[in-house]
Design a protein around this ligand. Structure first.
Ligand code: RIB
Ligand code: CA
Length: 312
């Protein structure tokens, strides 16, 4: 039986690759819906981009919902400097023709968790945690029904990419992240510590392009654009494929390694707002609440990703 998942996302080129990887894997993953959230770019663009990617995948019947357009308590911070004005810069995209679902993404999350058997749905947040936290606040009864949350966000050894202390997804809505990390739901975290090891080197991007399909070429063109920020800032050898690590973990967890530790979110200090304070070395008696991933088999990750993208 394929695992039922809801992808919560702010596309974003790396979100787009994660969505493609999930839609390429119907034997293992049943994507019940995709809920867009404001993050990399405003909601009107993230929901549109999610539909563009579903059409690129040839899956126009995928249910795409618009969720929250701003963080719980703060003004939205976006990342056009990384993802471009559209959030999906690189290829030239036609406007999507598939419909956006009329239901609010938060209500879809609540309704689906209430309707499905307990512990049968995995939530896959790839952006700020606003939709997830809003659903938990609006309908606390669904919290115990969630099987697992596998999210991209945070950092420890890698520290911040949007401030010296914080990773973007957590920084944009730290109050939402605090609600999610304190919810008691089993959480697996893909922080920058691991995603910065999933770099699209030139041979790897050439392999995407060599697939030759619309999907392969689009992924290569998105990566060509998306890699600029990290190459300039970190001198890295390619774009870090942050969000696809979430889906790859569901498909092949043995590619990843980490520790079950305590992770708490800074929500007060302006200096370190949004920092994921990960007790990697176990120096506190704070209860473990998350599996914090620190490493991956990057060759295995790219083999999996490239072979799945070639399926379209
Ligand atoms: O910090 C990286 C994360 O922020 C990724 O999810 C990327 O898409 C952006 O949302
Ligand atoms: Ca994202």
């Amino acid at each position: 039986m394929p695992r039922k998942i809801i992808i919560d996302t702010d596309p974003g080129q790396d979100d787009a690759v994660a969505i493609l990887l999930a839609l390429a894997s119907p034997q293992e993953l049943d994507v019940l819906g995709i809920t867009a959230v404001a993050g990399n770019v405003p909601l009107a663009l993230t929901e549109k981009n999610a539909r563009i990617i579903c059409e690129l995948a040839g899956k126009p019947n995928t249910k795409v919902f618009a969720g929250c357009d701003a963080p719980l308590k703060r003004p939205l911070v976006t990342a056009e400097h990384v993802h471009g004005k559209t959030g999906l810069d690189g290829p030239d995209w036609d406007d999507p023709t598939m419909a956006l679902q009329p239901q609010h993404g938060v209500d879809f999350i609540i309704e689906t968790l209430r309707a499905e058997p307990a512990k049968s749905i995995t939530l896959c947040p790839l952006g700020p945690l606003t939709n997830i936290a809003t659903a938990f606040e609006k309908a606390p009864d669904i919290i115990e029904k969630v099987e697992e949350i596998v999210l991209m966000g945070g950092a420890y050894f890698e520290v911040g990419n949007i401030t010296p202390a914080a990773e973007f997804n957590i920084y944009v809505d730290p109050e939402a992240a605090e609600i999610v990390f304190k919810s008691g739901v089993p959480i697996v975290v893909m922080p920058l510590d691991v995603t910065h090891k999933a770099l699209v080197t030139k041979p790897r991007n050439d392999a995407f392009r060599a697939i030759g399909s619309d999907v392969g070429i689009a992924v290569a063109e998105m990566t060509d654009f998306f890699e600029r920020f990290d190459k300039a800032k970190y001198g890295s050898s390619g774009a870090p494929l942050h969000d696809p690590t979430v889906i790859a973990y569901l498909l092949r967890p043995a590619l990843f390694s980490g520790r079950h530790i305590n992770v708490e979110i800074e929500t007060k200090s302006d200096l370190t707002l949004g920092m994921t304070v990960a007790d990697w070395w176990g120096v506190t008696d704070r209860a473990a609440n998350a599996t914090f991933i620190g490493d991956l088999d990057s060759e295995g990750f790219f083999e999996l990703l490239t072979s799945r993208l070639a399926r379209f």
